[in-house]
Design a protein around this ligand. Sequence first.
Ligand code: ADP
Length: 329
Amino acid sequence: MIMKKRVFSGSRPTGRLHLGNYLGGLKGYLALQERQDLDCIYSIVDLHGITTPYDPKTYQKQIREVALDYLSVGLDPKKCHLMVQSQVPEHVQLAYLLATIFPVSRMEQLPTYKDKKKENPDYVNVGLFYYPILMAADILLYKAEVVPVGKDQVPHIEVTREIARKFNSMFGQVFPEPQAYLTPGAYVPSLKSEGKMSKSAEGSYILLTDNLQTIKARLAGAPTDTGRGEKVPVMGGVANLLALVELFEGKEARKKLEGQYAGNGIRYGELKERLAEAIYQELQPIQIRRKKFEEKPKLVAEILEEGKQYCSQIARQTLDQVRRAMGLV
Ligand code: ADP
């Protein structure tokens, strides 16, 4: 029997998922679950979600929301395992062991830590700093070789690879070096002029659960310019809108608009109207499926329980192997 390669990825339950999560993360999850040579585990990484401000009273609900998002985009429990990170405590145990071999100086250079520090200057906690180590543990615990993520997470995959290499050289071969798997939508820009679309940046996102009217309202707030000029902007609001046009209406639609920018000018009202329709067309079937799963909380709980059981047995094996390699047993 050929051993299947393992795939692992996760999303934080910090509010409902948005187009960035969908195009950069979930589209990759969906493509990989179809492959017979891969064994996919997709997690709701609740321990990562508590490193930025959150409400403990609504947290369980938020975790269920991500499970619903996963199922409604088409993740299929017959083709992959869905699990909640904190239900398998080995994630944290392995993270501590890996932390002991990773230099602080290297952690300080990581871009996401710097970004999150800027976003929440009053909430810079040790957990946030430790995030990439926990993420490395998430992946290495299952000896995953393929990690579908958006571009923003690539530096963290590099950290994971470094940790795997260092661990293997210090204690003997245990971990494979995972590779990031990027989709064409690996970077979805913010609707505002700067940065990526993110749950934590208000006004930057469109949610998978938004109706047509809300999508239109959100796009209406996206900054534009006069609509014409010698050079099509490569940064800022207009560049971001054009990137979204390409992702939802194709390259040709974008080229046409670029032509208009240099010619008679772009009418942003029309552009936004059409783009909203195109986005909604993709989201509507997802929303219909979501409704069906919302009515079946027991089924959703069972799916997560199966994931927990499946992941626990792999996690126990890896942790046992790591403890032996490190001389702890
Ligand atoms: P957020 O940054 O919104 O809090 P997460 O950290 O939970 O989202 O990321 C979940 C997945 O979605 C990751 O694979 C991440 O790379 C991807 N992702 C998040 N935002 C974007 C974006 N704007 N473009 C592409 N992928 C993204």
